[in-house]
Design a protein around this ligand. Structure first.
Ligand code: NAP
Length: 267
């Protein structure tokens, strides 16, 4: 596989971000890994270094836009960033008794999943545009294609992320910036484990990373997998609202034992 050069990945301490970092790690590659958990980042960094990559770490919350901007400008000044992968994400969900997520949980999801990506991408865009080259990937979800009753704020953040990425691609593609918007279905990870019930077409985080890597190498504009889930949710969004809502309400809500986490289980 061709190496991508200097790549910044958010949410690289575990799950898809860690799998991507390991996959991209090779001699000649520099990885800038961002997440809050220093221990997870350190373990991923060691694996990437063992594969020959140079690794920089930052234990940062992507909600801290000022700190992230300062860090990214430093990294970019030391070695121009070729590729940004906005992957950090959290999930919440409604409670089994049907109670709403609550303002704090809902706002946190939008802040991390949407604004966190904006904080990662915007500081580097001007220098990428000045160089006339660069690449950006935004990891959304098929849950961004239709609001799901168990995860309103998660769906909202991912819908916003998709729209933001599509706009960036349309705006900056001609200036040499390749933007890939990514909408995965289920893959195994800590986040994936929080969802109970059926996970149709679930794949491993490594398989998801391989798909994203291929899409980056092709400078593909959109990546949706598995496509049947993408088509299903896009199709639900096209139905008249009462019909789409009724179909989604037929699903049962299930919750992971350790907290306010829910998912639609197959009925
Ligand atoms: N798993 C699925 O089935 C699935 C399906 C569709 C889309 N996705 C999306 O794929 C992406 C990766 O998910 P995953 O399944 O790999 O989840 P995960 O295993 O829970 O990993 C999430 C990553 O994001 C980081 N993160 C969370 N909040 C952060 C914050 N405020 N600042 C910086 N980093 C933060 C976490 O690190 P720290 O906790 O150390 O900060 C971790 O590295 C997410 O955007 C998710 O929404 C997942």
């Amino acid at each position: 596989m061709r190496a991508l050069g200097h790549v910044v990945i958010s949410g690289a301490s575990r799950g898809l971000g860690a799998a991507l970092a390991r996959r991209l790690a090779a001699p000649g590659v520099t990885l800038g890994l961002v997440a809050r958990g220093a221990a997870g980042l350190g373990a991923v960094a060691a694996e990437c270094e063992a594969r020959g990559a140079t690794v920089r770490l930052a234990a940062l919350d992507v909600r801290d836009g000022a700190a992230l901007a300062a860090l990214l400008r430093d990294w970019d000044a030391a070695l121009p960033v070729d590729c940004i992968i906005a992957n950090a994400g959290i999930s919440g969900g409604t409670r089994p008794d049907g109670a709403a997520e609550g303002g704090e949980a809902a706002a946190a999801q939008v802040a991390v999943n949407l604004l966190g990506a904006v904080h990662l991408i915007e500081p580097l865009l001007p220098s990428m545009l000045a160089r006339g080259r660069g690449q950006v990937a935004l990891v959304g979800s098929v849950a961004g294609f239709r609001g799901l009753p168990d995860s309103p704020a998660y769906c909202a953040g991912k819908a916003g992320l998709w729209a933001y990425g599509e706009a960036l691609r349309a705006a900056h593609g001609p200036a040499g910036i390749a933007v890939t918007v990514v909408a995965p279905g289920f893959f195994s990870s800590a986040m994936g484990a929080r969802y109970l019930g059926a996970k149709p077409f679930e794949i491993s985080a490594e398989a998801a990373a391989a798909r994203l890597h291929r899409a980056l190498l092709r400078r593909q504009g959109r990546l949706v997998f598995p496509w049947p889930l993408g088509v299903l949710l896009r199709g639900l969004a096209l139905l008249p609202a009462p019909l789409g809502d009724a179909l989604l309400r037929r699903a049962r809500f299930r919750i992971a034992p350790e907290g306010p986490k829910s998912a639609i289980a197959s009925s």
